[in-house]
Ligand binder design. Structure first.
Ligand SMILES: C[S@@+](CC[C@H](N)C(=O)[O-])C[C@H]1O[C@@H](n2cnc3c(N)ncnc32)[C@H](O)[C@@H]1O
Length: 270
């Protein structure tokens, strides 16, 4: 029988494996969040990043945002991800862009960060909070590694109300986002972890655009496979197309969204 801990660990392994797969890269490229690097820039602006800042990107994927933030804002960015292949790709990307002196990457768990208290001026995390099985631990850890007054910037999948079971299962299977909650749920968890001064922005259009692009790419993949130029293995394209269709409907109905949340760590311990 699975224990709570085993289940949580399995979810993280499943998520890291999924986001290291060729299929995800074929659909999303190397940036695994809605809004791409334009939304990453917006996040950097909202939390007022600058060259003096030491920043943590918690669940950095292939390091695209970490490298972009270092290049654009001149800050030092440490990227952490559960997937070791993602970390290797992030290091290679930073070296190729010539910003390896402003970045470093390490494999690790956002629910148990391998960093000292108060090390970072800012923490960012994009499209990842929804995947963490233990959000309270992740929020507590992000707050712990921030300096007093440090800034937190998240962008993430959000849902309003509960989704039908079949869609919830499909979302779990397809993108590890079964743990998405309402923006106010995230704020409540972060507030309890010691964050305050919240800014919230609706970024639903970014999610709609990402799903629309993925839908287009699924059609391209189907065509390439039909021409015998691609082996789809056990991937079920029809299921993928059905999910994308349902996702568009849910986004348009306002039931699934994408939200930017920024906050500050309280100046004094409470
Ligand atoms: C949707 S992707 C987002 C990646 C990146 N932030 C981006 O926007 O491109 C989610 C990422 O979370 C990572 N991840 C999942 N659980 C994690 C955990 N507990 N600790 C660290 N990384 C985790 C996965 O490996 C994956 O790279």
């Amino acid at each position: 029988m699975l224990t709570e801990t085993t289940t949580g660990r399995e979810i993280k392994i499943c998520c890291a494996t999924f986001y290291q797969s060729d299929m995800v890269r074929a659909l999303l490229g190397d940036v695994f969040h809605p809004g791409g690097l334009a939304l990453t820039h917006r996040l950097g602006d909202v939390i007022e990043l600058g060259p003096a800042d030491r920043v943590l990107d918690a669940a950095c994927g292939r390091g695209q945002s970490a490298v972009y933030l270092a290049e654009s804002f001149g800050c030092h960015v440490t990227g952490l991800d559960y997937g070791s292949e993602n970390i290797a790709a992030a290091e290679a990307h930073a070296a190729a862009k010539g910003v390896d002196c402003l970045t470093d990457f390490r494999q690790g768990d956002a629910e148990g960060l391998p960093f000292d208290d108060g090390l970072f001026d800012a923490v960012v995390s994009e499209c990842s909070f929804c995947t963490f099985p233990d959000k309270t631990s992740a929020a507590t850890e992000m707050a712990r590694v921030l300096k007093p007054g440090g800034r937190l910037g998240l962008t993430d999948m959000t849902v309003s109300g509960s989704l039908p079971d079949d869609i919830q299962n499909l979302l779990t299977w397809v993108a590890c986002v079964a743990g998405a909650g309402a923006p106010e749920d995230y704020v409540s968890i972060l507030r309890k972890a010691g964050l305050t001064n919240f800014t919230i922005e609706d970024q639903q259009d970014a999610l709609l655009e990402m799903v629309t692009n993925a839908r287009r790419k699924l059609l391209g993949i189907e065509l390439t496979a039909a021409l015998g130029k691609l082996n789809l293995g056990n991937l079920n394209i029809d299921e993928g197309k059905q999910l994308a269709r349902q996702a568009v409907q849910l986004i348009e109905a306002g039931r699934v969204g994408y939200t930017l949340i920024a906050a500050r760590k309280m100046e004094r311990e409470f």
